[in-house]
Every structure is written in structure tokens, then in C-alpha cells.
Design a protein around this ligand. Structure first.
Ligand SMILES: *[C@@H]1O[C@H](CO)[C@@H](O)[C@H](O)[C@H]1NC(C)=O
Length: 610
């Protein structure tokens, strides 16, 4: 009956041209699901670290990490991390279950330190190495860490917050051979003296699948950064994305995204360990060195976030644009126009666009490679999710007469919500019940149900392709980073002449995302001080979060429910010939200067560097 099978397949194919690809993908997904449930049941618990150690014993001499001109094999990486673990265990007196904050840039120490902590049964809290002062202290305090390990290059940032850390009795270690600052201990010398012998698995015997593995900071939609609790189950789920995308063990993956974010750490580093591949680590993204690096290290898989692709397309065309071995690009946020241009220019690279939030309970993968889509539904999808009707002006879901949410018809834009259940848990944020609650919607379709609110507006077409439309609420994206408007506003309010501040994003021609702008109301009889404002935002905010434009208003407009109006202000933009309020522009290394038609046209023409 091979014939009837062929007929059936042909029939399915005409109904769904992606049938075979969907099937293939679904089989991979099922295999992964089976692997995860095996890990869940296994005693002792099989963690990412155990996976790494298995790779070490199976392929000790395979290259694990290439960084600048150094190369470390799997075995060397294992030994390096044994030394770090021993140094920390002895000198910081770490015990299973303790949390250690890592404040490091992309460098091998980051990887060794994390592996070391895993070997000791400790949780790593991954601090963003761009944050400073108050924000740094805030993030540090989110996770109850007793120890901070910082990179040598971040010494200044550590010294700035040292008095507070000392007050709280925090042990601070710097990755340097020698340090004579009171309250900072050197770590590198202690690592060098430590033995590289394996550590006993007994040290981590009580870790189970629901234990926190990591804290990863996310702006979410409101307020200060929050520490998303990544337990081992969540870690495994994110790790499998590389398997779903088709990464093979002979691949070489290029990681330049920050390791303190989930893309770089979970999808990149952990995914690579799971596949047993070689990693090329880079301190920072560089558009001009990107393809040279790919050639130099024989990179076959790259990771991206949307803007990256545009930056690559914006570099001057070269004859050797297609001279590389990259076959797969994995990431999220690639917009349709940049996507098409990228393929046309750099050759036949399979793009695997994924969607998911660090703290979220579900994700999508566009396994077909359809340009512009962030995912595709397939017939074995088991996560209960829905797109619900959303009122962007009132900023809340639309309810029916019974008070329940309304699913949008196919093809229409709606807010993505995903049901919280045993198989799709939402772990939430460390020490922040309020923010955890805020990410949840209750009584969505029936009394007593709970959904994770993604904050993203999506659309699903007839073929099941899923498209990103917009992000709601108080966050906008600029240079691939989420900017929490309330956080920026809080910092502006620290200036004693600012009475009110409303921060929002504005679109700039030729750029992804939105650039920061603030409408502020001055205290009575006070003047705007462009130099002081610049010094202040420079001290407190990473460059992507600093408002590029400031607009002075007599009164800030609020909605009927006393929410600040952001949408309307965002639409009004920053054109000085349209906006009659005083308008200022942040000129790099100079300060806020009055906005002029010249500055406006140089931005509109793409000449100004933003
Ligand atoms: C890249 O591949 C070429 C040819 O296969 C090989 O000669 C070279 O050593 C490789 N480079 C690295 C860094 O592995």
C-alpha cells in the first residue's frame, strides 16, 4: 500500500506545501521533548554541566573556545574551570546553593567562572557589564549574592559601588593577579595556584531540575531591570534551539552577543555545549571585522539580533562578500527588508528566526526560513497560546460582555499570551512578586486561568506563519537593547530641576527600533542645563538608553487613566520646524544642544551617527 501512502502524502502536500518540513521539524521537537523528560526523571539530575563533562570525556582535544589568538580545547576548559572552582571554594567559602554575581565582559573567564559555579552547585547571576552605580547595585541586590566576581577592566565600576558593597558585607573578587584596594581581593593569582583536578559531584548533589541555574536580567516592560530566574529546566529548553535549528557537531559558532543576555548565553554558549561544537567568542560586535572573523575561524553558524543584520548590510560592498563558510544564521528580530538584502548579498545562508522571551514560557521557530516570519505553527504544537484583541490606546486587552478576553481572527494582530501550566511554567523574577504578577493575566478565557503576557503584538497568516507587529507598553528597542522608559525617567527625575519626565521612543528613518526621547517639565523658575543633563545620563545610563532628544513642555499630557501619553508624542517626532516646544539634541561628548533644522536634516539623511 505504498501507493496509498504516496497518495496521502501528495494530498497533504497540496493542502500544506510545508508538510514535509513541518513533519521533519515536529519529529526533532518530539525527540527533544523525550530527551528533556528523560533528564527530568534521571537521578542524579543530568544538568548542562554534566552534558559539558560528557563532551569533555568524549572529545577532550576538540577545540572548545577560540578567543582572539587563544584556543582552548574541551579538556583545557574543564581544567581552567576546576581551578576557578577551587579558588572560589577556598577563598570565598562557597557552598552549594549560594549565588555569585558575575560582572564580566565576553571573555573566556566568563565561561570558566560559570562552569566553576556549576561545579560547586552555585547559581550565577549574570550582570550586564554596561551598567553602573545605582543600577548596578539594584541588579546586584536582586539575587541575594554574597560574592561578586568582576573582570579586570571593570575595576572602576566596582570601586564606584564598593562602599555600599562593603557595608553589606559582600566579598568582591577582581580577575587580576594583584589588587591593593581595601575590600577588593585579587582572584587570578589564587586561580593560578589552585589544582586543576576534578571536583566531586557530591558538591552539587542536591541540585534538581527546578533549582535556579542562572539569573538573567531583563527590562521586561516596566521599571528597573528584573532578575529572571532561569532554572535548569528553562536552561535546557533554551539550549535545544540549536538542535531545532539544525546545528551539527562539526559546526563552528560565532558568539559576539553579550553573554549576560539569554541569546548569547542560553541559545549561544549552552546550545553550543549541547551540540559539542567549537565556539568563537568575540568581546563585542564589529561590523567591519565580522566576515574577516568568519573567514579566519572557519565559522559556519552565526547568531544575530535584528539590527546586526542591518549593520552588516550597511557596510561597503566587497568582492569577497560571499567568501565564507557560514551556512546558518540563528537569532531573532530580523526584519523582512534586511533579511532579503542579507541573503542577496552574502549568499545562500539558512536563516532560522526564533521568538521567545528570556522569562517567557514558550517560543516559536521559523523552521521554513520564510522571510519576515518569526515562527511557524505546525500540527504538533502543544503549547496553549492565543492572540487576543488589544486596545493600544487604553493599553489593555479588550474584554467581551462576560469580562473575558477575545481571540482575534486569523490574519489580525493580537497580543500573544501563553497559558501557564505544568509543562509551560512561568518562574518569574527573583524577589519581585509584584513584577511577576504584572507579567501574568488571570481569568483570560475562563475563571481561574493564568497566562503569561508576552507584551508583543503578533499576527498569524493562513499558512501558520507568525509575524511580529509591535511591542506594547513601556519599553522600546534601540540597538538591540530593551529600554525601559520608566527607568530612564527615574534617572532624569534625580536632576533637581526636573519636575516630571516622560520617556518614549521615536522612529528614525533608516534605523531599526526607536531612539530615546524625553519630554520633561521643569521645576518652577528653573532652567534646562544641557551640560548637567548630559553628565547625569552619561553617569547613570548605558549609551543606548540615553535620551537623544529632550523636549521641554509646560505640562506633560496624560491619558484619562493618568498614564503618560507616549504614542502621540512618539508620533510627533523631533522635527524642530513642527514642534514648537524647546527641543534639545544630545551631541556626543558635548551635551544637549538646541535642536536645529541642520541637525534634523543630517539625521533624516542618515549622516548623523546615532
Ligand atoms: C580553516 O579551514 C582551512 C581549510 O579547511 C584550514 O586550513 C584552517 O586551518 C582552518 N582554520 C581554523 C582556524 O581552524
Amino acid at each position: 500500500s505504498l501507493f496509498s501512502l504516496a497518495l496521502l502524502l501528495a494530498l497533504l502536500y497540496t493542502k500544506n506545501p510545508y508538510f514535509l518540513q513541518d513533519l521533519n521539524y515536529a519529529i526533532t521537537a518530539i525527540k527533544i521533548g523525550m530527551r528533556l523528560s528523560k533528564y527530568k526523571k534521571s537521578k542524579p539530575f543530568y544538568s548542562m554541566l554534566d552534558c559539558f563533562l560528557d563532551k569533555v570525556s568524549r572529545q577532550p582535544h576538540k577545540k572548545f573556545l577560540l578567543f582572539e589568538d587563544s584556543c582552548y580545547t574541551y579538556s583545557q576548559a574543564d581544567k581552567e574551570s576546576n581551578k576557578v572552582a577551587r579558588a572560589l571554594s577556598t577563598h570565598a567559602n562557597l557552598q552549594e546553593g549560594d549565588t555569585v554575581a558575575l560582572f564580566l565582559g565576553n571573555e573566556p573567564w566568563f565561561v570558566w567562572a560559570w562552569l566553576a559555579l556549576a561545579k560547586l552547585g552555585c547559581t550565577a547571576s549574570l550582570l550586564n557589564n554596561n551598567i553602573r552605580s545605582k543600577s548596578l547595585l539594584h541588579c546586584f541586590s536582586c539575587c541575594d549574592a554574597k560574592v561578586l566576581v568582576a573582570g579586570a577592566d571593570l575595576r572602576g565600576a566596582v570601586e564606584e559601588v564598593l562602599p555600599t558593597l562593603k557595608e553589606q558585607g559582600i566579598r568582591v573578587f577582581l580577575l587580576t593577579e594583584h589588587c591593593d584596594v581595601d575590600g577588593i581581593e585579587s582572584l587570578t593569582d589564587k586561580i593560578q595556584q589552585a589544582s586543576d583536578q576534578p571536583l566531586s559531584p557530591q558538591l552539587r548533589a542536591n541540585i534538581h531540575i527546578k533549582s535556579p541555574a542562572l539569573y538573567i536580567y531583563t527590562s521586561g516592560t516596566t521599571g528597573l531591570p528584573k532578575a529572571a530566574v532561569i532554572n535548569h529546566e528553562r536552561l535546557w529548553m533554551a539550549t535545544f534551539l540549536q538542535s531545532l535549528a539544525g546545528v551539527r557537531s562539526d559546526d563552528v559558532i560565532y558568539i559576539f552577543l553579550p553573554l549576560y543576555h539569554s541569546s548569547g548565553f542560553l541559545m549561544g554558549l549552552c546550545g553550543a555545549i549541547n551540540q559539542g561544537v567549537t565556539i568563537v567568542l568575540r568581546r563585542k560586535f564589529s561590523a567591519s571585522n565580522f566576515w574577516n572573523d568568519c573567514r579566519k575561524y572557519n565559522v559556519t553558524v552565526i547568531q544575530y539580533i535584528g539590527e546586526i543584520i542591518r549593520y552588516l548590510c550597511n557596510t561597503p560592498k566587497r568582492d569577497n562578500d560571499r567568501d565564507h563558510k557560514v551556512r546558518l544564521a540563528l537569532g531573532n528580530g530580523m526584519r523582512a527588508d534586511a533579511w532579503a538584502e542579507f541573503l542577496q548579498r552574502f549568499g545562500d545562508i539558512r536563516v532560522c528566526e526564533c521568538y521567545g522571551a528570556t522569562e517567557g514560557n514558550m517560543g516559536f521557530v521559523n523552521h521554513i526560513g520564510k522571510i519576515g516570519a518569526i515562527g511557524k505553527e505546525h500540527f504538533l504544537m502543544t503549547t496553549p497560546y492565543a492572540l487576543i484583541r488589544y486596545d493600544t490606546e487604553k493599553e489593555e486587552p479588550v474584554k467581551n460582555s462576560k469580562g473575558f478576553c477575545i481571540e482575534v481572527p486569523r490574519g489580525e494582530t493580537g497580543l500573544l499570551v501563553a497559558k501557564i501550566g505544568a509543562r509551560t511554567p512561568f518562574v518569574g523574577y527573583a524577589k519581585n512578586k509584584q513584577q511577576t504578577q504584572r507579567k501574568m493575566l488571570n481569568d483570560v478565557f475562563v475563571k481561574g486561568d493564568h497566562y503569561f503576557n508576552s507584551g508583543d503584538l503578533l499576527r498569524i497568516d493562513d499558512e501558520g506563519f507568525i509575524y511580529f507587529q509591535d511591542r506594547i507598553g513601556d519599553t522600546f528597542r534601540w540597538k538591540g537593547e530593551n529600554v525601559a522608559t520608566t527607568e530612564v525617567a527615574d534617572h532624569l527625575l534625580m536632576l533637581d530641576w526636573v519636575e516630571e519626565a516622560n520617556v518614549y521612543g521615536v522612529k528614525v528613518p533608516g534605523h531599526e527600533g526607536r531612539i530615546g526621547m524625553a519630554a520633561i517639565k521643569l521645576n518652577e523658575n528653573m532652567d534646562f542645563d544641557g551640560k548637567a543633563a548630559y553628565q547625569h545620563v552619561k553617569n547613570y545610563l548605558p549609551s543606548y538608553a540615553r535620551p537623544r532628544f529632550i523636549r521641554i513642555q509646560d505640562d506633560l499630557v496624560v491619558t484619562g487613566t493618568f498614564k503618560q501619553m507616549k504614542v502621540k508624542l512618539g508620533e510627533e517626532g523631533f522635527n524642530p520646524s513642527v514642534i514648537k516646544d524647546p527641543l534639545f539634541y544630545l551631541e556626543d561628548n558635548k551635551g544637549y544642544v538646541p535642536m536645529t533644522p541642520e541637525i534634523f536634516s543630517s539625521i533624516a539623511e542618515g549622516k548623523a551617527k546615532l
